[in-house]
Write a protein of this length. Structure first.
Length: 231
């Protein structure tokens, strides 16, 4: 019997029951009482014990952290904005070298390329990507079209059609950001969407980025500043 079979067929046995009692005095005023009853080997519940406030707080905190889809934990460097209700996250990454993958039709070899500073925005299950030139990013930093295939240059929306979805080890902010960046960089770049995102041919710009990225190739998105994403 392999590990997966053991996990599927293993028996789950009840260990305890949490019982809630309510005494309704009127529509706006009710009293509640929580009781914990252990369950013996014979399946019968044992005598009940009152539940402490500390136990309830611990239960709620653990359930919220482990079960919620909302990231938690230390705020990583680069994270600029979070709106939990809208599931919106904005962060930036500085210029660096990245290993990029391309489809054969582009005639661009897979390998390391220089890329500019990037501003990332996630809204729900959608990814948006922009570039910036500034050495120090501020609310008034001008945003540019991201110089990549699979990205619509004017609105920054990313096509993640063949991106590999990686399940994060933990749902922390750090793993959340790393997961989205991996989804983008581990996908194969295949096509220009909605027009060329650079001043000259994107294939040529990419090939020249083997040594360094030419920031003069970036196309500004009119009237789009970083602060426009942070709201």
């Amino acid at each position: 019997m392999n590990k997966l079979t053991r996990q599927i067929t293993r028996a789950m046995r009840p260990k305890a029951a949490l019982i809630a009692y309510a005494c309704e005095k009127d529509y706006l005023n009710s009293e509640y009482f929580l009781e914990l009853r252990r369950i013996g080997r014979d399946g019968m519940m044992e005598a009940g014990k009152p539940v402490s406030r500390k136990f309830v707080q611990s239960l709620v905190e653990n359930f919220t952290v482990e079960s919620s889809s909302v990231p938690y934990g230390a705020i990583p460097k680069g994270l600029l904005y979070v709106h939990l209700r809208e599931e919106k996250y904005v962060w930036h990454t500085p210029p660096c070298r990245k290993y990029l993958y391309f489809t054969g039709s582009l005639n661009i070899p897979n390998g390391e390329y220089c890329i500019p500073g990037l501003v990332w925005m996630v809204k729900g299950e959608s990814l948006f990507l922009f570039a910036y030139k500034a050495k120090r990013i501020t609310a008034n930093t001008q945003l540019y079209s991201a110089p990549f295939f699979n990205v619509r240059p004017k609105e920054g929306s990313v096509c993640l059609g063949n991106a590999r979805v990686l399940v994060p080890e933990k749902n922390t902010f750090d793993f959340f950001i790393r997961g989205w960046e991996n989804r983008f960089f581990l996908s194969k770049f295949s096509q220009v969407l909605g027009g060329n995102p650079t001043k000259t041919n994107l294939v040529r710009v990419t090939l020249n980025a083997k040594q360094s990225f030419d920031h003069s190739e970036l196309l500004p998105i009119k009237k789009l500043k970083l602060k426009d994403l942070l709201k």
